[in-house]
Design a protein around this ligand. Structure first.
Ligand SMILES: Nc1ncnc2c1ncn2[C@@H]1O[C@H](COP(=O)(O)OP(=O)(O)OP(=O)(O)O)[C@@H](O)[C@H]1O
Length: 241
């Protein structure tokens, strides 16, 4: 479960990138975070994950405060950032083991977990190659594997499907569904509204740092008294000044 209470952030003391955001993302849900470029999605995700400090407000992950109980809060989640260009000098397997070390995954569990993940993402043959030699999609997949190796309860993913081929994208979406259906939490941001419409139990739409809507797609249609697609409703909400 992720709770944001009055979360606010300005850069350089000027316009608010995120303004008084109030959100609760319960267990058992795939939650989509949507908004146009520059809306404040990444800033919000960075505040949830403790990378950026909010000016005001509180972030709780499974009840643990990211600012005051940071390590306990960080143990609750796995985070896939928007750029997978990390640890390029390591081989895939070294990186996944490094992540397993960080999260104290026992050696007895690692081999099987790595095998299962590598099989699902078609990465078995690439594990011994340096990440530098990987394509964008392969880098994305190794980052996802490194995150999932410690089986975090809460998944937080910033545009995780970008660059994935159709099979890997299908696999990740399937894993997100399984994770949420087993009573755990998935938060991800995306620009692909068709994916959000099909995959998410609820979505939040943010524009210029302000929450425009939070709820199910059906609730959104009821709210706007419209049977339009998510894409049309999104454009209506975010196009107007
Ligand atoms: N490090 C920074 N310094 C100054 N301004 C920033 C910084 N990071 C983000 N911003 C500004 O904050 C606002 C929100 O940016 P953010 O990256 O959170 O949006 P986003 O919704 O993730 O966008 P995108 O969909 O393009 O990735 C934008 O106006 C952006 O220019």
């Amino acid at each position: 479960m992720i709770e944001l209470q009055g979360v606010t952030k300005s850069y350089n003391g000027s316009t608010k990138a995120v303004d008084n955001l109030q959100l609760t993302i319960p267990r058992g849900e795939i939650f989509g975070f949507l908004g146009p470029n520059g809306a404040g999605k990444t800033t919000t995700i960075k505040m949830i994950t403790g990378i950026t400090r909010p000016d005001r407000g509180t972030v709780l992950i499974n009840g643990k405060d990211i600012l005051t109980d940071t390590v306990a809060a960080k143990r609750q989640f796995g985070f896939v950032p928007d750029s997978p260009d990390l640890f390029l000098r390591l081989r895939g397997l070294e990186y996944v083991n490094f992540m397993a070390d960080m999260y104290e995954v026992p050696h007895s569990l690692r081999k099987e977990r790595i095998e299962v993940l590598a099989k699902r993402f078609d990465m078995i043959d690439a594990l011994t190659d340096p990440i530098q030699s990987y394509s964008h999609g392969m880098r994305q997949k190794i980052i996802i594997m490194g995150v999932l190796i410690h089986e975090p309860e809460v998944w937080i993913m910033d545009e995780p499907l970008t660059g994935l081929d159709p099979k890997s994208s299908y696999t990740l979406k399937e894993m997100m569904r399984e994770h949420a259906d087993s009573g755990r939490t998935v938060l991800f941001s995306t620009h692909v509204l068709e994916v959000a419409e099909k995959l998410c139990d609820r979505v939040a739409i943010i524009n210029k740092g302000v929450l425009q809507f939070c709820g199910t797609f059906r609730e959104m249609q009821e709210h706007f008294q419209s049977d339009e697609s998510l894409e049309r409703l999104f454009l209506e909400m975010t196009d107007h000044e």
